[in-house]
Structure formats: structure tokens, C-alpha cells
Design a protein around this ligand. Structure first.
Ligand code: GCO
Length: 462
């Protein structure tokens, strides 16, 4: 009834969301630099130009991480900061930033977990077709090579891409995220195929060039479903639905994870998507499907599923007045039980929860502190469920709170606060929220104080 001895306790952020320094030291532009200038595309026209100014204040931020006792920090690299044109000439000052950041983390005994791509795609490559260009997997491989050569003597934990569902779907189909396109489904599937090839090539690069043995995963997002009851019928129906494709949507688990881990597109998707599926070679999967060391699960919420007598299933709506975050995401702690369990059963890879957390109405109270009991309760409940999954045999190796600090929440700008650390964007002052102090104790006790799942006290029901 406890977390494994080697369990990793961390927190995460991503380059565009925290760094700022958008025009500093020879950095190239990203598609987010582009889109955040379009009026009305982000909340109050916020942009990541300055954000938390982590680019200039990383030392202070790393010291705060150390104060919390963080064992690992999941960061991403801004591709055009390192390669302003996306390929070709290296921006030494840009890569130097990551060199210094990694050194600073290691000096504080914090393991850097590096995501190669968390959405700030080079603008110059976007102008050449971006993910639609058949050369895009090779561009990504070149970028991976630059990073591997420079950082892999010290960085051992890697993720290739964060949430392809979002950067392809939200970015290229719905247009809510950069680059703000509204492409047709066949083009979406083509861009996805290239992103998958890029993932595979990057894993190959990391395996062949890394100077210290790499531990590699990816962090897709997908959909998490939980059974409405513990009956075998509901559990089976939920598992089946979580790994089925029944609509023409990018919100699927299997269209991304099956190629990466099982080496093929799922049959039901191939049938349903039909002619929209790009012409691919079966040898593409020799590239896409590379051995991975863990499945990075970004998990926040879930929907409930009930089995139907005819062998099908249905989504069960939540009772009125459910607990929700300021993102309007329902609070469903069982997400961290069933999500890791189903993924582990299907893909048989160790699970690392690479993101979990909540946006809250945080401000500095009259006593000068940021009290965020909701976040503490949220993390507590979710971690209890993760522990339950581990007790039931799921090989979960780590947990990263999203996020280490408040930051630019994409189209929601600075409206949403996800951090353990409060950021005053005007003064750039940081303040540990109550949840950071609570998390510090969790880490120090290796999760001992989480306890087992407590029965819900009425009237909360899910
Ligand atoms: C995502 C990203 C993060 C978000 C976080 C909260 O899942 O969208 O990985 O960049 O900020 O998930 O929405």
C-alpha cells in the first residue's frame, strides 16, 4: 500500500507557456508567436511574449523547485529557439539556455525530463507546409539530433511529442490552437502520419546518439473512460470503448498509440476513415514503432461508461452540480485508476503520469498567502487512485503535477492558473501556494501521507 521506492515525483511545464524571451538572443518564431498576435484568438489577447520570463529567471525557478523537493522537472524545448529556421543553423545562445537550465536542475538534484516538442513549431517550417510536408519527419529528426548531441550527456529522460491529438486536432482541424488551421480530415490524417513518423525517427536518433542510456516515452492524450460501476460488464464495456474508434475524430487513443507501440493503425479506424487515410507503406511502421520505455499519460478527467444489454455501451452524464475546475473539467479522481490501468493492460508499458492537475481560482489572500485547498484535495484524491492502481498491479513509475507554476494556458491565456507556484505576471514575483507545501510533504514521505482511497463523504457522487 505505498508508492514504489523508485517512484518519481515531479512537476511539468512547457517552453512557450513559461519561457517568454520570445524575441531574445536570436530565437526564431514559432507558430504560437504568430497566432498569439491575431486579435481575439487568446483570452484578452494574451501572448507568451514574456509569460513567466523563465528564460531569464530559470535559476530562481529551479531554486523554488528544489524548495518543494521536486525530484524531476518535465520541460520542453522551444525548437525555433535552438534552430531559428527549424533546420540548419544552430542558435548557440538558444541551446545554451537549455544547457544552463539542465545544469542548474542537476545541481539541485532534479532530473530533467525533456519533451522535444510541446507545440511551439518553427514558423519557418510551417511556411513550408509544416506537418503536411513529407519532409517534416526528417526535419524533426534533425532537430532531435541537435538536442541529443548537446544534452544527452546529462539528460536521460525523453519524450518525443506532447499530445499529438492537440497539436494536430486543435491546431489543424479546429483552429483553436496554433497554427490555427481548419483542414479537412484527410489532411489531418496525413499530418498525423507525418507526426508519427517524426516520433519514430526521433526515438531512433535518441537511441543511436545519446551519450547516456536514454529512457524514452511519448505523451499522447486521448480520452480516458471509467466504468460507472465495478461490474464486470461495465468494466469490459469501458475498456472496449476507450480503445475503439467510432467517430471521425482526432480524439482517439489508438490512432496514435497503436502505431507507436503495436506497429499498426487500428482496424476499426482504418475502416471508418476509409479513403481519408493517407497512402502509407507498411514499412512506415518499422519507423513509427520503436521500443519505448514508458507511456506518458496526460490525464485530467474522464467520462463514465455503462454497458448496455445489447453488448454496446453509453456515456452516462454526470449528476447535476458536479465538482468542476475553472476549465470546466469535471473532477473525476478515478481517472488516475482506470486510465493507467487500461493503458497498462493494452500497451504493457510502464506508466508515467506526465501531467495531472487543475486550474483554480487562485489569488493572494489578505494574509499574503495563496490558499488553494481545492487543488490539494484534487491532487490528494487523484493520487489515492493512482496508488490504488499501483496496488492492483499497474507499473506506474512517476507522477508530474501540471504545472510547476502558473503559466500561459494557450487560448485561455493567463485566465487559468494551474501552478503549484503562483506567478504575479506584472512584478514577476513567485509565491509557493499551499498546494506546493502540501506536495513537498507528499514527496518527502514518498506518498505515504496520501493514504488509501477514502469513501466519498456524501453528497459528492460521481
Ligand atoms: C495540454 C498541455 C498543457 C496544458 C495542460 C492544461 O494538455 O494541453 O500538455 O500544455 O497546459 O494540459 O490544459
Amino acid at each position: 500500500m505505498s508508492f514504489p521506492k523508485e517512484f518519481i515525483w515531479g512537476a511539468a511545464a512547457a517552453s512557450y507557456q513559461v519561457e517568454g524571451g520570445a524575441f531574445s538572443d536570436g530565437k526564431g518564431l514559432s507558430v504560437w508567436d504568430m497566432m498569439s498576435r491575431w486579435p481575439g484568438r487568446t483570452w484578452e489577447n494574451n501572448s507568451g511574449d514574456v509569460s513567466c520570463d523563465h528564460y531569464h529567471r530559470y535559476e530562481q525557478d529551479v531554486a523554488l523547485m528544489a524548495q518543494i523537493g521536486l525530484q524531476a522537472y518535465r520541460l520542453s524545448i522551444c525548437w525555433p529557439r535552438v534552430l531559428p529556421q527549424g533546420i540548419g543553423k544552430i542558435n548557440e545562445k538558444g541551446i545554451d539556455f537549455y544547457d544552463r537550465l539542465v545544469d542548474s536542475l542537476l545541481a539541485h538534484r532534479i532530473q530533467p525530463w525533456v519533451t522535444l516538442f510541446h507545440w511551439d513549431y518553427p514558423y519557418e517550417l510551417f511556411c513550408r507546409g509544416g506537418w503536411l510536408n513529407p519532409e517534416s519527419p526528417d526535419w524533426f529528426a534533425e532537430y532531435a539530433r541537435v538536442i541529443a548531441d548537446r544534452l544527452s550527456d546529462r539528460v536521460t529522460h525523453w519524450m518525443t511529442q506532447n499530445e499529438p491529438q492537440c497539436f494536430i486536432g486543435l491546431g489543424h482541424q479546429d483552429g483553436y490552437h496554433a497554427p490555427g488551421l481548419k483542414l479537412d480530415f484527410p489532411e489531418i490524417l496525413l499530418a498525423t502520419h507525418h507526426a508519427l513518423l517524426a516520433h519514430g525517427k526521433a526515438v531512433q536518433v535518441l537511441r543511436s546518439r545519446a551519450k547516456s542510456t536514454p529512457t524514452i516515452g511519448a505523451a499522447p492524450v486521448g480520452v480516458t473512460l471509467i466504468p460507472v460501476s465495478n461490474s464486470e460488464a461495465d468494466i469490459q464495456a469501458t475498456r472496449k470503448r476507450m480503445f475503439s474508434i467510432s467517430e471521425k475524430t482526432y480524439w482517439t487513443n489508438t490512432w496514435y498509440a497503436d502505431p507507436m507501440i503495436l506497429g499498426c493503425y487500428p482496424k476499426d479506424g482504418l475502416e471508418l476513415f476509409g479513403k481519408a487515410v493517407p497512402n502509407f507503406r507498411s514499412s512506415d511502421f518499422d519507423i513509427i514503432c520503436q521500443p519505448l520505455d514508458f507511456y506518458g499519460a496526460n490525464m485530467y478527467h474522464a467520462e463514465r461508461v455503462r454497458a448496455l444489454p445489447d453488448g454496446g455501451s453509453e456515456i452516462v452524464p454526470f449528476d447535476p452540480g458536479p465538482a468542476v475546475t475553472t476549465m470546466d473539467w469535471k473532477i473525476v479522481p478515478e481517472t488516475l485508476y482506470w486510465g493507467p490501468r487500461f493503458l497498462y493492460e493494452r500497451y504493457k508499458l510502464p506508466i508515467v503520469v506526465t501531467e495531472n492537475g487543475m486550474a483554480n481560482i487562485d489569488w493572494i489572500h489578505l494574509d499574503g498567502q495563496v490558499h488553494d485547498p481545492q487543488r490539494i484535495d484534487f491532487l490528494h484524491r487523484y493520487l489515492q487512485q493512482l496508488q490504488r492502481a499501483i496496488d492492483d498491479g499497474v507499473d506506474a513509475r512517476g507522477y508530474f503535477v501540471w504545472s510547476i507554476m502558473d503559466n500561459f494556458e494557450w487560448a485561455f491565456g493567463y485566465r487559468q492558473r494551474f501552478g503549484l507556484i503562483y506567478v504575479d505576471y506584472t512584478s514577476q514575483k513567485r509565491l509557493l501556494k499551499d498546494s506546493a507545501l502540501w506536495y513537498k510533504e507528499v514527496i518527502a514521505s514518498n506518498g505515504n501521507r496520501i493514504g488509501t482511497v477514502t469513501e466519498d463523504r456524501a453528497p459528492r457522487q460521481i
